[in-house]
Ligand binder design. Structure first.
Ligand SMILES: Nc1nc2c(ncn2[C@@H]2O[C@H](COP(=O)(O)OP(=O)(O)OP(=O)(O)O)[C@@H](O)[C@H]2O)c(=O)[nH]1
Ligand SMILES: [Mg+2]
Ligand SMILES: [Zn+2]
Length: 360
């Protein structure tokens, strides 16, 4: 990578650049770093020290044995050709402000889910994020199981989760809902907010500080774009009314985009997810359900399924009112889903083991 000037260095750091990426970039002299702010079909909107650029992915990158999950996505750091050097070197005539994406740097964190539908592929929703805002409405759309699911994915991502309970102004029975959330949140911070009634929003700013990236995730209509606009200070993203019958949204946001806040920090707004299927591993599942896992250690049998075995500490805790049956049910359900996912990926040579590149 070309050594950036002090001023450029500062701009890069404001975009989240740090030693983790700088060390990787040392191997590529002559290339410039840029961050993917919005992936389009074949073009990538990038933010570089010099300002916005448009990145093109050379065909060879797509065919070099990269899986879909390895292609650049929102939040990724890429190294691009220096437009000036490129024209001189190859005589390539790219429109001004357009560069070639040569390298995608290794990710520090990534929020993934199983691709929607029948396929068993990983979809990386956002990369290199510090915090994920897991947004759920406190209106009729409130659903604790969904939060549990998002939490598991967030723990797998390497970023820190924060539970955002939105639309506080429309909430009935807050206390009861908070109890339910507390029972599954473990140590995750929980914030009750309303972006439209300007309630609790300042607490959210503490996560979006200079150089830090926050991704907003949650189902359609929970108010992700409304929160993003609030923190941005202007209406950048379209927002859309929810259905009166069930408070569900209409999938107003259709692309993922990283935006810079005026006083530093970055937000990634994402489209509401229809399905949130887990993409995790056993260790993260156990960590995410440490309440259940800690109890399971105390079961008489190592392979206790916590059904009707004697000496089951999990069932004892449920009987004593220390653990909710629903929590155990969710744990078992996730475990089953994960078993299917692992079996499919082992079958297809994916998962924990990366596919080995064939030598030609
Ligand atoms: N009453 C109330 N309405 C809100 C609040 N936040 C958002 N809304 C409304 O909820 C609707 C959906 O908000 P959006 O921000 O578009 O939701 P979204 O999560 O971005 O939805 P998708 O883009 O479809 O994923 C809009 O009509 C917002 O005005 C809030 O705190 N209180
Ligand atoms: Mg939206
Ligand atoms: Zn047991």
């Amino acid at each position: 990578m070309t050594t950036p000037s002090l001023h450029q260095q500062e701009k890069l750091e404001a975009l989240g650049w740090n030693d983790f990426f700088a060390e990787q970039a040392l191997a590529y002299p002559g290339l410039l770093p840029a961050r993917v702010s919005r992936p389009d079909l074949n073009r990538y909107h990038l933010l570089a020290a010099s300002g916005p650029l448009t990145g093109l992915l050379p065909g060879r990158a797509r065919s070099a044995g990269q899986t879909k999950a390895e292609l650049p996505t929102v939040g990724d750091w890429v190294l691009v050709s220096d437009p000036a050097a490129q024209a001189a070197d190859t005589g390539d005539e790219l429109p001004s402000g357009t560069v070639l994406i040569e390298v995608t740097l290794k990710r520090k964190s990534k929020f993934s889910r199983k691709e929607a539908g029948e396929r068993y592929d990983e979809q990386v929703v956002a990369a290199n994020i510090d915090t994920v805002f897991l947004v759920t409405g406190l209106d009729d759309n409130f659903n604790v199981n969904r939060i549990e699911r998002y939490l598991l994915l967030a723990w797998t991502s390497g970023a820190s989760p924060v539970i955002i309970l939105s639309k506080a102004d429309l909430c009935q029975g807050l206390e009861r809902k908070l109890e339910k959330v507390a029972a599954i949140a473990m140590a995750t911070p929980v914030h009750v907010v309303s972006a439209t009634a300007d309630q609790g929003m300042d607490a959210l700013r503490t996560y979006v500080t200079k150089g830090k990236t926050v991704a907003l995730l949650g189902s359609s209509g929970v108010g992700k774009s409304t929160i993003t606009n609030y923190l941005l200070g202007h209406d950048y993203f379209d927002t859309g009314a929810v259905r009166a019958t069930d408070s569900r949204g209409r999938h107003t946001t259709t692309f993922r985009e990283l935006c810079l806040l005026a006083d530093g920090g970055m937000l990634i707004d994402t489209p509401g997810m229809r399905e949130i299927q887990i993409w995790a591993d056993q260790d993260t599942l156990a960590a995410s359900f440490s309440d259940v896992a800690d109890l399971a250690y105390q079961c008489r049998f190592n392979d206790c399924q916590h059904q009707s075995e004697p000496g089951c500490a999990v069932h004892a805790a449920i009987a004593a009112g220390e653990l909710q049956q629903a929590r155990l049910d969710t744990f078992q359900r996730f475990k089953d889903e994960l078993a299917v996912l692992t079996a499919r990926n082992v079958h297809h040579g994916r998962g924990a083991k990366r596919p080995t590149k064939k030598k030609s």
